[in-house]
Design a binder for this molecule. Structure first.
Ligand SMILES: NC(=O)c1ccc[n+]([C@@H]2O[C@H](COP(=O)([O-])OP(=O)(O)OC[C@H]3O[C@@H](n4cnc5c(N)ncnc54)[C@H](OP(=O)(O)O)[C@@H]3O)[C@@H](O)[C@H]2O)c1
Length: 276
């Protein structure tokens, strides 16, 4: 255990206080970081984890939006600036958590994009046609993967030193059923026609990262799982989803709160396991 327990006599009573590796006073509550938590499913995950008694760090690339979101969360929540495509921002967030809070137990890699901005006013059909392998812009594919795939790995690497100090660390990668190769290969799957190299394949790659992380981190007791929220009404799909954010947050939150007997290296939605 990298941190040590100290017992201090204070004003006539004895208080148990934990200190982190660097001597920072650690809070006793479990701490969760949710990326992209200023809106949508991430915000609801943050609300639900705060309601479960965790201190929640509301990750937001725009600090003001994160602060507004954190202020609306009952229980312990505070904003933290983190742009998952910006190494300096990620490093600063990790340093701030280390210095100001001293612990991290749960990481929810939620932030993601489907496009770089050109989709406004376009339909799902337009998206699917513009992102087919034969015509897709490689710059567009790189930009989306930078957030959805490399951003997840970069944030995870930066937070791992803190997570390794937790007694029961959990990592949840917010994925999507549209990234399932098994489902995309099934002619009966309703979203088969939108399977393409940009957003869907970024989630396939995220699923691969999930398995790789789970394999490496299992001996350390860190559980890593991928959750599909389901088709949820958010900014990501111009609010065309059929589920509420409360429903969408259910599976990521369940995986964030897994007990010692919970699984690692899985892919699921609120109805159960999904095929890779
Ligand atoms: N909605 C669905 O139907 C659905 C289905 C399956 C999977 N998912 C997954 O669920 C997760 C949440 O999506 P959502 O539907 O809640 O979408 P959303 O409302 O658009 O929220 C996405 C969040 O990610 C943030 N973000 C984007 N790029 C970022 C970056 N570089 N750094 C930090 N934050 C960044 C956004 O910040 P800004 O506010 O600054 O843009 C926003 O807070 C995503 O992983 C998505 O792929 C959603």
């Amino acid at each position: 255990m990298a941190f040590r327990n100290r017992v201090l006599a204070r004003a006539g009573h004895i208080e148990s206080i934990r200190f982190s590796r660097t001597g920072v006073r650690m809070q006793e509550k479990r701490v969760a970081l949710v990326t992209g938590a200023n809106q949508g499913i991430g915000l609801q995950v943050a609300k639900d984890l705060a309601a479960e008694g965790l201190t929640v760090l509301v990750g937001s690339r725009d600090l003001a939006k994160g602060e507004a979101a954190a202020a609306a969360i009952e229980g312990g929540a505070r904003a933290i600036q983190i742009d998952v495509t910006d190494r300096a921002s990620i490093a600063a967030a990790a340093a701030r958590i280390r210095e100001e809070i001293g612990r991290l137990d749960v990481l929810v890699n939620n932030a993601a994009i489907t496009h770089t901005g050109w989709m406004a006013g376009k339909t799902m059909q337009d998206y699917s046609e513009a992102t087919r392998p034969s015509v897709v812009s490689l710059d567009e594919m790189r930009a989306v993967w930078e957030t959805n795939v490399f951003g997840v790995l970069a944030v995870t690497q930066a937070m791992l030193p803190l997570l390794r100090e937790s007694e029961a660390a959990r990592i949840v990668n917010v994925s999507s059923g549209v990234g399932s190769l098994t489902q995309a290969s099934d002619p009966a799957y309703p979203y088969r026609s939108i399977f393409g190299p940009v957003y869907p394949a970024s989630k396939t790659a995220l699923n691969a990262l999930t398995v790789a992380m789970a394999i490496e981190l299992e001996p350390a007791g860190i559980k890593v799982n991928a959750a599909c929220p389901g088709y949820t009404k958010t900014n990501l799909n111009n609010y065309s989803g059929t589920q509420t954010v409360e429903e969408g947050a259910r599976e990521p939150v369940r995986l964030a709160l897994l007990g010692p007997d919970g699984p690692t290296g899985t892919f699921s939605n609120s109805a159960g396991p999904l095929p890779w």
